[in-house]
Design a protein around this ligand. Structure first.
Ligand code: HEC
Ligand code: HEC
Ligand code: HEC
Length: 338
């Protein structure tokens, strides 16, 4: 649990949001020009290469990922991680070392504007098993639904820096899941992916990745406008007014239980203690947080902002309105006897 006082967290998050957004406001055209060298491995349109000669295994190949339509925030993080050594790859590390912060911002602005691979037809039975795991997880085995973080259409979450998975080359996705399973890839914050992946079997990986090939590919995103995203945050002096001035939610009598089931259950439900999210029904998990944030409205504000460095993205990665967030949290508190 975070011991930081809420106001300090907010100020730090505010500073990060503002400076982060300015840096992230890359130039799409400059990125496109810089991407020419990336094309040698990632394809001239960022489509990836399923069979690139593997320098570590002569005579064998490895998949170079598609970058087309990937989220900007995630891409920038990966490039910084390759540069710092937090993520390692014999082909990619050297490439990232030559990139300036401006290059990274420009490349991360360009690739999301390129359309990704379209959906392909797959083995329906295997895909159905994968879909069930992707959307619902497996409570008994403690597997959190992939959808909770990667979104219902596997488009990821740009603000949270969580990757899009749809439109990716199958062999690459399999390789990354196995790398998280073995711990060879360890640049996921709070072991978010290693926790989930460690519970997957080879059969699960096969089913989920086949399912992912069947969901629609990543559409090209409009040229991003990160400054516009930062503006309302920068203008808000404190979380309370930010909530108060946000547009009124539709459906005032929001059904907290249904909202909780749809958007929060994967992490706040009883089956996902590994994520360290306060669990619905556990009074002891919620009481200190209520005190720390000063009550329900404080919890609403902190959940809208997200808890930096944890799996709690802004609004839990959902697109719920302020009033709907309040209803969902109210439901969790009532379930916890509060
Ligand atoms: C020599 C081949 C090569 C070149 C050139 C190259 N890459 Fe890569 N890149 C790779 C490989 C291989 C991986 C996958 C690494 C792994 O398996 O973990 C990768 C991974 C990535 C990733 C992570 C993708 C994800 O979904 O996590 C990003 C982002 C990326 N490259 C961007 C770039 C950019 C931008 C350039 C040009 C400046 C570039 N790469 C040039 C080989 C290359
Ligand atoms: C708690 C949130 C969370 C859950 C649940 C989750 N993921 Fe992830 N996943 C992430 C994050 C965060 C990353 C990126 C880590 C980083 O910064 O490098 C990621 C990365 C990945 C990647 C690598 C993508 C790439 O381009 O390299 C794959 C593949 C993946 N996840 C698949 C899955 C699957 C399949 C499931 C369900 C079994 C799942 N994830 C569940 C948060 C999550
Ligand atoms: C991907 C997992 C995930 C999802 C989905 C998620 N949460 Fe969370 N949430 C967390 C984690 C982890 C924490 C604990 C963060 C920390 O360490 O303080 C948390 C904390 C919170 C808190 C306490 C914040 C504080 O300041 O103490 C609230 C309130 C909350 N979540 C509400 C929600 C609501 C409402 C939803 C659904 C709309 C939701 N969450 C969806 C993972 C998630």
């Amino acid at each position: 649990m975070k011991k930081v006082v809420w106001t300090q967290t907010w100020v730090a998050a505010l500073a990060l949001t503002v400076s982060g957004s300015v840096l992230a406001a890359g130039d799409v055209n400059a990125g496109k020009a810089r991407a020419a060298v990336c094309g040698a491995c990632h394809g001239m349109n960022g489509e990836g290469n399923p069979a690139f000669p593997d320098p570590m295994n002569p005579g064998k190949t490895k998949a170079v990922p598609s970058l087309a339509g990937q989220n900007s925030g995630y891409m920038a993080k990966q490039l910084q991680d390759f540069k710092s050594g937090a993520r390692k790859d014999v082909l990619m590390t050297g490439q990232a070392l030559g990139l300036s912060d401006a290059d990274i911002a420009n490349l991360a602005a360009y690739y999301p504007t390129v359309a990704g691979k379209a959906a392909t037809s797959v083995d329906a039975d295997l895909a159905a098993k994968g879909k069930s795991l992707y959307q619902g997880g497996d409570m008994a085995r403690g597997i959190t639904a992939c959808m909770a973080c990667h979104g219902p259409d596997a488009a990821g979450n740009d603000l949270a820096k969580w990757p899009a998975l749809s439109g990716q080359l199958n062999d690459y996705t399999v390789a990354q899941l196995n790398a998280f399973r073995s711990g060879a890839r360890e640049n996921d914050p709070n072991k978010m992916m290693r926790e989930v992946a460690s519970r997957l079997t080879d059969d699960d990986v096969a089913a989920i990745t086949v399912y992912l090939q069947s969901v629609s590919g990543v559409a090209a995103k409009a040229v991003p406008a990160p400054v516009a995203v930062a503006a309302p945050v920068a203008a808000a002096p404190a979380p309370a007014p930010a909530v108060a001035t946000a547009p009124a939610a539709s459906g005032g009598a929001a059904d907290g239980a249904a909202l909780f089931q749809a958007s929060c259950f994967a992490c706040h439900g009883p089956a996902a203690p590994a994520l360290n999210a306060p669990q619905s029904g556990m009074k002891a998990n919620w009481e200190p947080r209520l005190q720390k944030t000063g009550g329900l409205d404080g919890l609403v504000a902190s959940s809208i902002a997200g808890v930096a460095g944890t799996a709690m993205a802004p609004r839990g990665g959902s697109s719920l309105s302020d009033a709907e967030m309040k209803a969902a949290i109210g439901y969790m508190l009532s379930q916890s006897g509060l």
